[in-house]
Design a binder for this molecule. Structure first.
Ligand SMILES: NC(=O)C1=CN([C@@H]2O[C@H](COP(=O)(O)OP(=O)(O)OC[C@H]3O[C@@H](n4cnc5c(N)ncnc54)[C@H](O)[C@@H]3O)[C@@H](O)[C@H]2O)C=CC1
Ligand SMILES: O=C(O)[C@H]1O[C@H](OP(=O)(O)OP(=O)(O)OC[C@H]2O[C@@H](n3ccc(=O)[nH]c3=O)[C@H](O)[C@@H]2O)[C@H](O)[C@@H](O)[C@@H]1O
Length: 438
């Protein structure tokens, strides 16, 4: 059955969600407050790099099943279901900033004169949903006819289209059979393909999301702490990770050592969970999360200091080539990018930093320069840093780059380069947690 669905907030999550819901056969309107974003999306063009998204947008904006607007009047009493895909960035104290959700409710609710289901998709601290429902009902002419559900989102940037069309699980936090029935209609296609469903209350739905991200971040920090131990004690952390990963109870996912996690989600989500856990008196959880964060930040500093050590302790005036600006491969997203933390750290200490990324565009910023190719970045470099694991970096030819650089030193911050190939071409390749002989 075709439903009318609005998706409010068309950023990384909302744009793919809107396109995916149109692909499921629904009529979809996306809402945002940024005119250029809405204009671009209506022309069938994504405003970010995400594999496969352009094709979906083009197809469904052309068919008329998907459009975008700045005007809440276009969706208010039109949609059967309103999805909230607003940003929940971090406040200075680490807690989640819910102001985009509040502003949306304040704009939408006074226009809701008929019963509707509003479904939160943003990542929020436990206890947020009931407060938002109270706000909706207070402001909406339809009052108690407005119901809130919470359906956390698990898509990964770089795989967002596939994760939206074929989710590995659906979590429906609902308060009524009516809400559950509507969500099952929205997701009729994945459900017909036997996607597992968890039906639960609002608090559990909110918590599942923060727990998932925190658990994944913990795996990354654990393997990075083991990398530190391998570094000192001898041992190869990549072999260790492979061996751990073969235990089905552990799994290999999110056990790749290196520069650690960044992005618009893990860092802010784990901090928000820590703040909420403290507020609720569950300090053991916030203590665990703080350790995860300490390990993660230390990786960035460790790598930058390693670069300085490789240059004999003197970085001022040295040229550093940074390969990768995005927080991970497959996206142009540079929010809390570990790579840029390292670049900033070295620039602050006097290095001349040149950054290349295949997709990410840096806003003009003081200090380092963004260049258009690997060749430009490495020319006359005193050291090369491989900091985002784009596949194209894995296939670089070290023999071709060797004559361009001032010294053949490369730090592989993602432990993804084939060490023997680089060493055979005369490079000194350094990886934290793998001996230089491997
Ligand atoms: N980026 C991701 O891969 C995932 C994100 N999430 C969660 O989803 C939420 C959204 O994340 P992103 O899409 O990355 O954020 P984003 O910042 O890219 O997108 C938010 C969008 O909402 C728009 N917006 C702000 N105020 C508005 C208003 N009053 N009315 C209409 N639109 C408004 C902004 O202009 C922006 O386009 C966050 O809670 C995040 O934690 C969850 C899973 C995956
Ligand atoms: O809530 C979110 O926004 C999303 O956050 C992550 O998705 P994403 O941030 O796109 O990327 P990941 O692939 O999880 O990587 C996150 C960070 O961890 C790093 N990472 C990942 C895996 C690994 O083994 N090691 C590692 O250092 C990546 O380089 C990246 O900086 C989760 O994987 C998604 O399920 C979730 O929906």
């Amino acid at each position: 059955m075709t439903l009318r669905i609005s998706v409010i907030g068309t950023g990384y999550l909302g744009t793919t969600l809107a396109a995916g819901l149109a692909e499921f056969g629904h009529e979809v309107i996306g809402v945002d407050i940024v005119p250029e974003v809405v204009k671009k999306l209506n022309a069938g063009q994504p405003h970010m790099f995400e594999n496969g998204l352009e094709h979906l947008l083009e197809q469904h904006t052309r068919s008329g099943r998907l459009r975008f607007t700045l005007d809440y009047d276009d969706i208010a009493d039109w949609a059967d279901v309103h999805f909230l895909a607003l940003g929940t960035p971090e406040l200075p104290d680490g807690s989640a900033d819910l102001s985009q959700l509040h502003a949306t409710i304040d704009a939408l609710a006074p226009k809701l004169t008929k019963p509707a289901l509003v479904v939160g998709r943003s990542t929020v601290p436990v206890g947020t949903a009931p407060a938002l429902q109270e706000r909706l009902r207070r402001l909406a002419p339809a009052g108690d006819g407005i119901e809130l559900a919470w359906q956390p989102e698990f898509l990964r940037e770089g795989f967002a289209v596939g994760d939206t069309l074929r989710p590995d699980r659906l979590v429906f936090g609902v308060q009524s059979d009516h809400a559950l029935r509507l969500l099952k209609q929205v997701y009729a296609i994945p459900l017909s393909e036997e996607t597992p469903v968890i039906t639960c209350d609002l608090a559990t739905a909110e918590l599942i999301k923060q727990a998932a991200n925190t658990f994944l971040a913990t795996k990354i920090s654990f393997i990075n702490a083991m990398a530190q131990l391998c570094q000192v004690a001898g041992g190869d952390v990549t072999v260790l990770a492979d061996a751990l990963g073969l235990d089905a109870r552990i799994g290999r996912g999110h056990l790749s050592p290196g520069l650690g996690f960044g992005g618009g989600c893990f860092p802010k989500d784990i901090r928000a969970l820590a703040v909420r856990a403290d507020e609720l008196g569950v300090n053991v959880l916030s203590d665990l999360i703080k350790s995860v964060e300490v390990i993660n930040s230390a990786q960035r500093v460790e790598l930058a200091e390693l670069a300085i050590d490789q240059l004999g302790g003197e970085i001022a005036g040295k040229k550093v080539a940074v390969l990768g600006a995005a927080f991970k491969e497959g996206t142009d997203d540079t929010r809390d990018s570990p790579s840029l933390t390292v670049a900033d750290y070295l620039h602050d200490r006097g290095a001349i930093v040149e950054v290349y990324d295949p997709q990410a565009h840096l806003a003009p910023r003081d200090g380092f320069t963004q260049v258009g190719s690997v060749i430009e970045a490495v020319r006359d470099a005193d050291i090369v840093l491989h900091l985002t694991a784009w596949p194209e970096f894995r296939y670089l030819d070290p023999a071709e780059l060797a004559p361009l650089v001032r010294s053949k030193i490369i730090i592989d911050g993602r432990l993804k380069l084939h060490a023997p190939t680089w060493r055979d071409a005369g490079w000194k390749l350094v990886q934290i947690g793998r001996a230089a002989t491997l």
